[in-house]
Write a protein that binds this ligand. Sequence first.
Ligand code: AMP
Length: 189
Amino acid sequence: MLNIILFGPPGSGKGTQSKKIIEKFGLIQISTGDLLRNEVMLKTELGLKARELMMTGKLVPDEIVIGMIDNKIRENPGCAGFVFDGFPRNIKQAQILDELFATRKLNIDFVISLIVNEEELIKRILQRGKEQNRFDDQNELIVKNRVKLYFSETKIVSDYYQKQDKFYSLNGENIIDEIFTDICKVIQK
Ligand code: AMP
């Protein structure tokens, strides 16, 4: 099995690269942001709760995203592996993912971080908001909050994986295909 976490701030290209990875290696993508946006679109109880937090650029409660991750893992027994995109976003989520995996005798193989400067991130997210009509990508203040939140709360998760010796940083400002080549080099090491 091959299990990868794509790590990095919003707008760093995790979604784009996840799609390329799952296609090449036959894996399942788990994007907590996409799962949440789907709940919002369907106007489920969870979606209504999550929408308010997402609209202000805050994280949704750990129990919600962990429940979604657990379901996705459960729904795909015997698959070739997972690519996590947008999860974990804090140490508690990272620890619980390790527990969920340990009970199934699974292992995270690589955590690949995409590095992009803040100004470029904000530009990319606002552009994506226009192109894809994503409700949480359109307001500059909220977008700035989401990027700030990554640096204040999420970036520290990199230390957790560095200690486990599975953390790799790549330049996320390269062109898409070059970044993908770099990712493949890490995976095929
Ligand atoms: P994303 O598309 O990954 O940038 O996620 C969009 C929004 O969904 C975030 O701004 C958060 O409000 C929420 N979200 C996504 N993943 C998580 C997570 N792992 N923990 C908490 N909130 C999350």
